[in-house]
Each structure stands twice: as C-alpha cells, then as structure tokens.
Design a protein around this ligand. Structure first.
Ligand SMILES: Cc1ncc(COP(=O)(O)O)c(C=O)c1O
Length: 398
C-alpha cells in the first residue's frame, strides 16, 4: 500500500527508508549531531558541573555556560535580565515555579486550550494560594480573548502555541504589557513554539518561559528562562545540593551571585549530557537547511501542502482552521485509535486521543478521540504525499 518514495533526510539517516515519523509535537527525533555531542560528553569529559577543578569539569562548565547563552540568544533575551535554568521538562519547570510563587497575586488566569501541564497546575496553585482561577477563551487565530480588568494583578499562564492545531498566542506582547501595568506576571508554556517559530516569544516581555529539549531536536531536558526579579521573589522550598553559599545547623543561605541565580531552580546534580545535547540542538536548528531551504520556508511549505491535501478528503473533519505543522482531525468512517493502528502497520507514526487537552477537546468541544499529525524537520514532501495516500486507502476500505 505504501509508496516507496519515503526517504529520511541525511541527518536522520539512522531511520529506515520506510519509516515516516509524524509525532514531532510529542517528541522530535534527534539529528546525528545531537547524539554525537552527548556521546562525546560521555566518552571524553564525563564530569559534574559547577564543582570540580579537573580538566573535564572545567570543559563541562564552559559548555554549560555556552548553552545558557545560546538559549537566551534563541529567545532574544539578555543575561542581565534573565536566568536560564535546566530541569526535567516543561511540566516540571512550570510546577517548580508555580509551586514556589509567593501569595501576592489576585488571581490565576489560563485558557481553555491549555495542555494538562498548564491546566492542572493552575488548578492546584489557585487552591494553594486561595485565589480564584479564571479560564479565558482562545480565539481561532490563537489570540487570548480578555479585558484589561481580567488580568489585573494576575498570574497569567498560557501556551505560545497549541499542541492541538498549532495556533499561536498572537497577542502575547499586549497581554504582557497589560499584565505588568497592574503587578501581575506572565508565564509562557513554549513547549511547541521552540522548534517552529519564536517570533511571538522574542517580541514579548514574559516573566518566565518553559520548554522541553525533546520537542526541539534535543535530548529529554526542560528549560526555564526566568526574569531574575521573579526568581529572587520565589519562596524556594525545593532545596538540596548545589544551591547554597553556606549552611548552619538550622539555616542556610542560597547562592546570591546574580550570574548564578539559576542554581535556585537546579536541585542536585543535573542532566549534563542533556545540557550538552541541548546546546548542539540549538546549533543544529540554526544551521539546518532541509532540501537546501531555510527551515521555516520548508516547514511552511510542508504545512500548507498537508492542509490542502487533508482538506480534500471528504469524510475528514479537520480541527485546524489554517495550515500548521500540527494538524488534528477525525474521520466519520473510522475510529481514531484504529486509524492510528492501521497507519502504524504501514510504518506511519501518528498520535490518537486527546493529546493531554481533555478539557477543551473532550468536555468543551465534545469531539471524539482525534488523530494528530505533527511534522518535523525530518519530514519531506514525499512523506506527506505518501501519508495522505495511505490514509485515503485506509478510509476507503473502512
Ligand atoms: C503545549 C504543551 N505544553 C506542555 C507540554 C508538556 O511537555 P513535557 O511533557 O515535555 O513536560 C506539552 C507536551 O506535549 C505541550 O505540547
């Protein structure tokens, strides 16, 4: 059934030629360069960061510093204003910051299309701080529908790109400006933005940003980019090794060096190979030219092509209103989970279900389980063509 034209780009040449990976929104594949950088750390300078004086550790410290700089350059922020801390993933970072916020905010705001990684922690923070939680609507173009009074003095937590249909938080800049006027803060779940388009993020004055290396061609690691002014406000309660200047019998002093404030969020030994791999993925994302084109041009072309092709299949209901690298749909003829299994038999990997957006998809919109196709830099036009043909054949036979 499957066409023989599938070829994976050179940097992903470890995949066999029939494999079509279409689940980048969950976890992107790792290019060889990222795997090599991590392997080099294990083989050549396997050591602890921030503690040791021998050569391996000195080299590692230098690389960690470089990675923090690369992260800031990627999101267009300065080291004088922001710190970069490494954690487990987006979810962990969000919980770490939300769980240590002081009780000085009037309410917590989030939106209806959030991933459970935002949706659930905002419920628990509202309870902990005993403040109201307000759920606002995201319009079809991704912008947040709000009045200035809605966000006054609030903790606002929103994704910059949805993992359902890739819609972007186009009014993030205005939201941040309105929230800051009344003493509130804006926390951005950028898990889906980082491998796609960081324009919305770069232009906004966010207080903290959270993302995952594993959704941007890097290893499994989380990153927090946080204003130093917010970091020093946190009521640090997750504590342990690597974060103190001194310890007495019943007290301790956290590191206060402005260049080392990230230590307050980096508890114990870190995923050093992950930090190295993340640095390599940032370099790769900057330099990679799929089919000789800038990555964003290639991605836009693929998204447009996928959307047009899928819009022509009569029995499909697309959730997307416009092209995106993330496209969700259901078929009126076949259950989404069965469809995903049939596609898998053809070596085409897609997701099915509610993608951790249960409130919006299942309870608000009352959709049946969906299928999600998410494209990455490992995909080619031939693969998308092949996927659409395979999908049509499965549906025709259902
Ligand atoms: C929009 C969004 N936010 C948060 C997350 C959670 O990311 P992680 O599982 O890496 O913590 C995801 C994961 O799919 C996501 O798509």
């Amino acid at each position: 059934m499957q066409s023989s034209v599938n070829k994976n780009p050179f940097d992903f040449s470890y995949l066999d030629s029939k494999t079509v990976y279409l689940d980048s929104a969950c976890q992107t594949l790792r290019p060889e360069q990222v795997i090599d950088a991590m392997s080099e750390y294990y083989h050549e300078y396997n050591s602890c960061g921030g503690r040791v004086k021998y050569d391996w550790g000195v080299k590692l410290d230098e690389k960690i510093k470089e990675t923090r700089k690369k992260v800031l350059a990627f999101v267009g922020k300065s080291a004088s204003e922001y710190a970069v801390a490494f954690t487990l993933n987006t979810t962990y970072g969000l919980n770490l910051v939300l769980g240590q916020l002081p009780p000085k905010f009037t309410k917590i705001i989030t939106s209806d299309i959030e991933h459970n990684s935002v949706f659930l922690p905002t419920i628990s923070v509202a309870k902990r701080l005993n403040i109201p939680r307000v759920l606002l609507e995201r319009r079809d173009d991704g912008s947040l529908s709000y009045d200035k009074e809605d966000v006054a003095g609030a903790i606002v937590v929103l994704n910059s790109m949805s993992n359902i249909d890739g819609r972007e938080l186009t009014n993030l800049k205005e939201i941040a400006s309105d929230v800051h006027k009344t003493g509130g803060i804006v926390l951005v779940d950028a898990a889906q933005s980082m491998s796609h388009d960081q324009k919305v993020i770069r232009e906004s004055d966010f207080d903290a940003l959270f993302f995952s290396g594993h959704k941007m061609y890097g290893p499994s690691i989380g990153v927090i980019v946080i204003k130093k002014s917010l970091l020093t406000l946190l009521d640090i309660g997750f504590i342990g090794g690597g974060m103190v200047e001194d310890v007495e019998a019943e007290s301790f002093q956290l590191i206060s060096d402005p260049d080392d404030l990230s230590s307050r969020l980096e508890i114990g030994l870190q995923n050093f190979a992950g930090i190295i791999g993340l640095g390599a993925s940032l370099d790769w994302l900057k330099s990679y030219k799929p089919e000789g084109m800038p990555a964003y041009v290639h991605q836009e072309e693929l998204a447009q092509f996928l959307f047009e092709e899928m819009s022509r299949i009569p029995s499909l209901k697309l959730i997307n209103n416009s092209p995106s690298l993330i496209l969700s749909f259901y078929s009126e003829k076949i259950d989404s989970h069965r469809l995903a299994i049939f596609l898998s038999a053809q070596k085409m990997m897609v997701r099915s279900g509610y993608f951790c957006c249960h409130y919006y998809l299942k309870n608000l919109k009352k959709y049946p389980p969906l299928v999600r196709v998410s494209l990455g830099l490992n995909n080619t036009k031939e693969q998308v063509e092949s996927f659409v043909k395979t999908l049509q054949t499965i549906i025709a036979n259902s």
